[in-house]
Design a protein around this ligand. Structure first.
Ligand SMILES: [Fe+2]
Length: 250
C-alpha cells in the first residue's frame, strides 16, 4: 500500500497580505500534482491545514485539494476549526457528531486509524480518557490487521523545541501505553513540529514530517529546500514494514 502524507500547510486566505501566503498555496498545489503522478492508495493529512481556522482559508484549501485523485483522510491540528473541517470536507469519514474527529478506514490493505489530539483553544496535544478508551477498543477490535495510526501532536519530546507537547504528560504516556499493547500497529504518522523525525516509540515507529508551509519549516537544509514543496511517501508491505521517502519537488 502506498500512502502520501501532507501536513501543516497553514493555508491563508486569498486576500491575505501575509508574505508567505501565495508560496504556501503554490507548494500545496505542486504537492497535489506530484502526488497524483505517484498514484498512492490514500493521502493522509496530519493537520494544521489552515492558519487561523477561518472560512475563507478553508475555501482556498478545498480548491487546492480538489484535484487529488486518491482518497483523502484528514485529522485536525491545533490551528483547525473542527466544525469547519466537518462542514467543508464532508467526504471525509469524520463522526457525524461529538467532540472528537477520530475514525477508522477499513477499505485498504492496511487499516488506518485517525486520532484526534486537539481540543478547541488548546495549542498542546490532548488525549483524554474518552479518547484512550476509544483507541483501546478500536485496536482491540482487529488485533491481527496491520494498522497505521495518524495524529497531529507527537506524544514525545523532540530536541529542545518541543518539550511537554501534551497538556497533561500522563495523557501522552497513556497514548504510548495503549499503542504498546497492540503489536499490529506498524507506524504512527505525525505533524505539528514542522521538522522531520523518525524514532522508535511504543514498540512501533513514529514518523513526523516537515511542514508543507515553507516559511515555518524546520530541520530541512535551507539552501536546498527554502522554497521547495515537500511531502512524504510511505510504502507499507508485510515484507518490509514501512519504507518512507521525503519527496522534495524541484
Ligand atoms: Fe503547524
Amino acid at each position: 500500500m502506498l500512502i502520501a502524507q501532507i501536513s501543516d500547510t497553514h493555508i491563508l486566505a486569498r486576500a491575505s497580505e501575509y508574505p508567505a501566503a501565495q508560496l504556501r498555496a503554490d507548494c500545496l498545489r505542486d504537492c497535489v500534482a506530484d502526488i497524483n503522478l505517484q498514484r498512492p492508495d490514500a493521502v493522509i493529512f496530519t493537520g494544521d491545514t489552515v492558519q487561523h481556522g477561518q472560512p475563507d482559508e478553508y475555501a482556498r484549501l478545498r480548491d487546492l485539494l480538489a484535484p487529488l485523485q486518491a482518497p483523502l483522510y484528514m485529522i485536525p491540528g491545533n490551528r483547525d476549526d473542527k466544525s469547519a473541517l466537518r462542514r467543508v470536507f464532508d467526504d471525509i469519514p469524520f463522526p457525524s457528531d461529538g467532540e472528537f474527529l477520530h475514525y477508522t478506514v477499513e477499505g485498504h490493505d492496511h487499516r488506518l486509524v485517525a486520532i484526534d489530539s486537539t481540543s478547541p483553544g488548546e495549542r498542546k496535544g490532548v488525549f483524554c480518557a474518552e479518547r484512550q478508551a476509544w483507541l483501546e477498543k478500536t485496536l482491540s477490535d482487529q488485533p491481527d490487521r496491520a494498522t497505521l495510526l495518524f495524529i497531529h501532536h507527537p506524544p514525545f519530546d523532540i530536541d529542545d523545541h518541543y518539550i511537554g507537547g501534551y497538556r497533561r504528560p500522563e495523557e501522552a504516556a497513556a497514548l504510548e501505553a495503549v499503542v504498546s499493547r497492540h503489536s499490529q500497529v506498524e507506524a504512527m504518522l505525525c505533524g505539528h513540529v514542522h521538522c522531520p523525525v523518525r524514532r522508535d516509540w511504543a514498540g512501533t515507529l513514529a514518523s513526523v514530517m516537515p511542514s508543507v508551509a515553507v516559511d515555518v519549516r524546520k530541520g530541512v537544509d535551507e539552501a536546498e529546500a527554502r522554497e521547495a514543496p515537500i511531502y512524504m511517501l510511505h510504502r507499507l508491505s508485510d515484507a518490509t514494514g514501512i519504507v518512507s521517502d521525503t519527496r522534495m519537488i524541484r
